[in-house]
Every structure is written in structure tokens, then in C-alpha cells.
Design a protein around this ligand. Structure first.
Ligand code: NAD
Length: 296
């Protein structure tokens, strides 16, 4: 039976790091703050917001909700983003998506300053992930996969990583992050010929296909590390992933369960990004003060 890569074990050390960074920022007079921008009252958004608020506040991060009605005009949303961009007491902004259909999501996301884009929603952050420039942040889910690998000491260098899925939110950034860790990366998608043949070759198999149980025993081989990003409500009402856990776990070396795997680490990564954004802003301000003192 495969070793379980558990989100709660990753969170224990990750949250400790966040808590201590948040405490040091508070000592320096900075309250790390996340603003959650929500349009409308979708139950999914409300549930996510409530959970995120609880987790952040427990780590010493303030959470502020900015709420617009579902019928808000695009200009109003852009104005709210602009205000958050200008507000020096806000370090990170999370826009709950999808935005209503009448809003141009790409335009609104693009208006957010990359420095505050703690869930890698802007093209500037995506470019940062691609180039490794350090601008913006990687999407939290993709980063959560990397945190799991790092926590369990799984070295990516020189290993074959196969990513199933090429979305902008998970598959593509995860592929880039694996590449940064010197894995040899293959990205699969709906047009990949012979998926089974490709996935069986992987040392690390990261699945973000958005199809429940799409990866079965035939797709895997012994010794593999499997990271399952998918989250679905199964026919029996229980949560399940993109990987058929019962079929795959007897074959592979290690696997993330669903629930209790990637999803549970994502919010901790978000909190990490908020404290990091606050720290970067603090350092930036300090260096500007220093330059001014040097100049005059
Ligand atoms: P998406 O639908 O945007 O993208 C899915 C990708 O998988 C596409 O690129 C598609 O080409 C590929 N794909 C689909 N079926 C395939 C198949 N049979 N073979 C090969 N490739 C296939 O989905 P997404 O937004 O990337 O999300 C992926 C999964 O991750 C979903 O289940 C979603 O619920 C979950 N998710 C989890 C978290 C988290 O925090 N754990 C966050 C975001 C998404």
C-alpha cells in the first residue's frame, strides 16, 4: 500500500513558518492583511471565504472582505481593485472566481498589482512563474503540490514528471514549478495520444484533469509518486479526486489522498504568500527610506 502524503503534516510545518513570519511582521508594526474580493453571494464563495478567514486569523493574518452585489458593473469592480491596489494596509488580494458572466475576468484580474496577487491570478504573476523573476506569486494550488513534494523530501531533479492537465490555474504553472526544480517535464491533455503509455513512465505524476477517477491502475507503475489535485463530489456524496485512489494506491509508492491532500495545503500556501507579500512591501519601504537618507 502506498505511503500517504498528508496535507495536515505539510501544514504543520508550513503554518509554523507562516505564524512566525506573521509574528515578526506584527512586531515591526505591520499587520499582514488579506482582502477577499467577492462578487455576489454564491454559497461556494461564502464557504471558502469563511474557511480562509478562520485559517488566516489563526495564523496572525487579518482578513478583510470586500463584497460587491452580483449585478455590480465592471467599472465598479475595477474601482474596487484599484482601491485595494492603493491601500497600503492590504498586502494580498484574493478575487473569488468565477466572476459573473457579464464581467471580463481577464481585464479585472489584470488590474490587480502583481505584488498583491497572492494567488497568481494575473498575467504578470504567470510571467513570474515562467521566468522565475520573483514577480508576483505562483497559483496556490500549483505551489501546494510543490510544498508537499518538498515536505516529504522528494527531490525532483533529474526525475521524469508528468502533469495531466494544462490549465492556467494548475497544470501549466505546476509544470513550470517542476521544471524550476530540474525535473524533466511532460504535460498531457485531452489530445495526448496514449496517455497510459506516458503516465506510466513518470517518476512523479501530478494529475489536474478535472475528471473524477480518470487515472486508474493501468496509468501507473511501481515506485511512482502521485499528486492528485482533483476535487469532486462522487456519486456516493463523498469527496474524491482525479485519481481512482482504491485502484492506484496499491501500485504506487506514495499518493496524496482526497480529501486531506493538496486541497488542504492550498489555503496554507495562500497564507504564506500573504506574509511574504507583506514582508516584500516592508523591505521595499525600508530600502526606499534608506535610499532617501543616503541621498539627502
Ligand atoms: P480545468 O478543467 O481547467 O483543466 C483540466 C485540464 O485537464 C485540461 O487542460 C484538459 O486538457 C485536461 N484533461 C481533462 N481530461 C483529460 C483526460 N482525460 N486526459 C488528459 N488530460 C485531460 O481544471 P483545473 O482548473 O486545472 O482543475 C483540475 C482539478 O483540480 C479539478 O478537479 C479541480 O476541482 C481541482 N482543483 C483543486 C484545487 C485545490 O485547491 N485542490 C484548486 C483548483 C482546482
Amino acid at each position: 500500500m502506498a505511503k500517504l502524503l498528508l496535507g495536515k503534516e505539510v501544514n504543520a510545518s508550513l503554518n509554523e513558518r507562516v505564524r512566525s513570519k506573521a509574528a515578526r511582521l506584527r512586531e515591526a508594526g505591520i499587520t499582514p492583511t488579506l482582502a477577499i474580493l467577492r462578487v455576489g453571494e454564491r454559497p461556494d464563495d461564502l464557504a471558502y471565504e469563511k474557511g480562509a478567514r478562520k485559517r488566516h486569523e489563526a495564523l496572525g493574518i487579518d482578513c478583510r472582505s470586500v463584497v460587491l452585489p452580483a449585478e455590480a458593473r465592471q467599472e465598479e469592480l475595477l474601482a474596487a481593485v484599484e482601491e485595494l491596489n492603493r491601500d497600503a494596509s492590504v498586502h494580498g488580494v484574493l478575487m473569488l472566481r468565477p466572476l459573473p458572466a457579464h464581467i471580463d475576468e481577464r481585464l479585472v484580474c489584470g488590474a490587480l498589482r502583481a505584488e498583491k496577487d497572492v494567488d497568481g491570478q494575473t498575467e504578470a504573476s504567470m510571467a513570474g512563474v515562467f521566468t522565475g523573476s520573483g514577480v508576483g506569486f505562483a497559483p496556490c494550488t500549483a505551489q501546494a503540490c510543490m510544498e508537499i513534494l518538498a515536505h516529504y523530501g522528494i527531490d525532483c531533479a533529474g526525475r521524469r514528471a508528468v502533469v495531466v492537465g494544462r490549465s492556467l490555474i494548475v497544470g501549466k504553472p505546476a509544470a513550470m514549478l517542476l521544471l524550476q526544480k530540474n525535473a524533466t517535464v511532460t504535460v498531457c491533455h485531452t489530445r495526448t495520444a496514449d496517455l497510459v503509455e506516458v503516465t506510466r513512465q513518470a517518476d512523479i505524476l501530478l494529475v489536474a484533469a478535472g475528471r473524477a477517477g480518470v487515472i486508474g491502475a493501468e496509468h501507473v507503475s511501481e515506485g511512482q509518486i502521485v499528486i492528485d489535485v482533483g476535487i469532486h463530489v462522487g456519486a456516493d456524496g463523498r469527496l474524491c479526486g482525479d485519481v481512482d485512489f482504491d485502484a492506484v494506491s496499491p501500485v504506487v509508492e506514495a499518493i496524496t489522498p482526497v480529501p486531506g491532500g493538496v486541497g488542504s495545503v492550498t489555503t496554507s500556501v495562500l497564507a504564506e504568500h500573504v506574509t511574504e507579500a507583506a514582508l516584500r512591501m516592508y523591505r521595499d519601504r525600508q530600502s526606499r527610506i534608506y535610499i532617501r537618507q543616503e541621498t539627502f
